[in-house]
Design a protein around this ligand. Structure first.
Ligand SMILES: Cc1cc2nc3c(=O)[nH]c(=O)nc-3n(C[C@H](O)[C@H](O)[C@H](O)COP(=O)(O)OP(=O)(O)OC[C@H]3O[C@@H](n4cnc5c(N)ncnc54)[C@H](O)[C@@H]3O)c2cc1C
Length: 379
């Protein structure tokens, strides 16, 4: 049986970089092929729950993420007028708080710094053009014409994964009818934790990123045909959603939405690749295998956990098939539950935003609680 010594990771996002770090920590040679010629991570934030921090700790960066982010307790769930109805999120795990808000750019920098320190080699501005899977490894032709041979290939290239499509055939993400608007602000003085407000036409969240900054997200229904939003509509549309929430801390931010280029607008999509996520010496992780809408703020956490679990299994060095089989056993049900629960929450939000009555059995709190409770369990 061939020992795994050299691995190619395609995609230098949260999952790919985490896998690079996890593998270097066990002495494996790692190259990351990233399609962007230069990383350009947008400046809004990301929610990391306690399970994400636990996984980042296995990569040696949880404390740095807490230091450069903003830890906060469970999220306060409120009506559009600010009346609190519930709390949401995973319970603290050990020394890790329920949540840490952090800028995506800062999280990227933390992962990049750690991976470079450990000796991950980056190849920017290229992708894989062909993958030849052999008994003892993979041969790759890159888009710049160069070639390489590796013991394993990890596809961490996101929801539109080329590796996935080359290995398993084309699969398309599913647009759920909802969109997400995000904008970064100076942190209001009253922002003591994360808040989510449920309106009639949208849902709005305000999340700390540092002591001085925060971001707002709005989930809206822009239409079943996923319309293109022109740049000159970005500010008025986001502002009009924010106007539905007569909370002083939100109202004071409306006039601060000033740069249409900084409004981050994303139609929301899911993808649940059926098991197994591997074939021969190739495995798919992160959004490439299980992209979820952010209704549970957990997609990136799952990608980081994938990386940690995969390295733990590779460390046993008992052959790709045994490693991948155990990886699937530890990952598949957990990721599927997050994707499906998020889809269900999104479906109910869509019904509410279009004025439909929710089904009798629609229990938002129970669905969130069950899934976040599961995420607190060890990986
Ligand atoms: C609106 C929104 C809000 C979210 N909020 C949260 C949150 O609060 N908390 C949370 O945990 N998750 C959140 N998520 C989910 C989270 O962003 C993703 O789950 C996470 O980024 C997945 O990481 P990844 O590395 O698998 O994929 P990606 O982050 O998509 O990274 C893929 C990388 O691969 C590169 N790439 C793409 N194609 C190729 C190719 N052909 N060749 C080489 N490289 C390629 C890309 O440039 C990128 O660097 C949110 C998602 C959305 C859409």
């Amino acid at each position: 049986m061939k020992t795994i010594e050299k691995v190619l990771i395609v995609g230098g996002g949260i999952g790919g970089q985490s896998a690079g770090i996890a593998l270097r920590q066990i002495g494996i040679e790692v190259e990351i092929a990233e399609i962007l010629p230069k990383f350009d991570v947008y400046g809004v934030g990301i929610i990391q729950q306690a399970n994400a921090l636990r996984a980042l700790d296995a990569l040696g960066v949880a404390d740095e993420a807490l230091r450069r982010g903003s830890p906060y307790p469970k999220v306060k769930m409120c009506t559009a007028t600010g009346h609190q109805i519930a709390e949401a999120g995973t319970d603290p795990i050990g020394r890790f708080p329920s949540h840490n808000g952090i800028s995506r750019r800062v999280l990227h920098d933390i992962l990049l710094e750690r991976s470079i320190e450990l000796g991950v080699k980056y190849r920017l501005g290229l992708t894989v053009d062909s993958i030849t899977d052999k008994e003892d490894g993979v041969d790759i032709v890159f888009s710049d014409g160069t070639t390489g041979s590796y013991d394993l290939l990890i596809g961490g290239d996101g929801i539109n994964s080329k590796v996935r499509n080359l290995i398993f055939g084309e699969s398309k993400p599913n647009y759920v009818g909802l969109s997400n608007w995000r904008y970064a602000f100076k942190r209001p003085k009253d922002l003591d934790t994360g808040y989510i407000y449920f309106g009639k036409k949208s849902k709005l969240g305000i999340i700390p990123m540092t002591e001085d900054s925060c971001y707002v997200f709005v989930v809206s229904a822009e239409g079943a045909d996923n319309p293109f939003i022109k740049e000159d509509q970005m500010i008025p549309k986001l502002q009009s959603y924010m106007e539905e929430y007569p909370i002083p801390m939100i109202q004071e931010l409306i006039d601060q939405v000033v740069d249409p280029k900084l409004v981050n607008y994303r139609p929301l999509e899911t993808l649940n690749l059926p098991a197994p996520w591997h074939k021969g010496n190739v495995i798919i992780i992160g959004d490439a295998a299980h992209a979820t809408i952010p209704q549970l703020g957990s997609g990136a956490a799952l990608a980081i956990e994938d990386a940690v679990v995969l390295a733990e299994e590779i460390k046993k060095q008992d052959g790709a098939q045994a490693i991948f089989t155990r990886f699937m056993k530890r990952r598949y049900d957990r990721c599927k539950m997050v994707v499906e629960s998020s889809e269900k929450l999104g479906e109910w939000e869509l019904m509410e935003f279009s004025g439909q009555k929710l089904p009798e059995n629609a229990n938002i709190g129970a669905t969130m609680g069950k899934t976040t409770g599961m995420l607190a369990q060890p990986i």
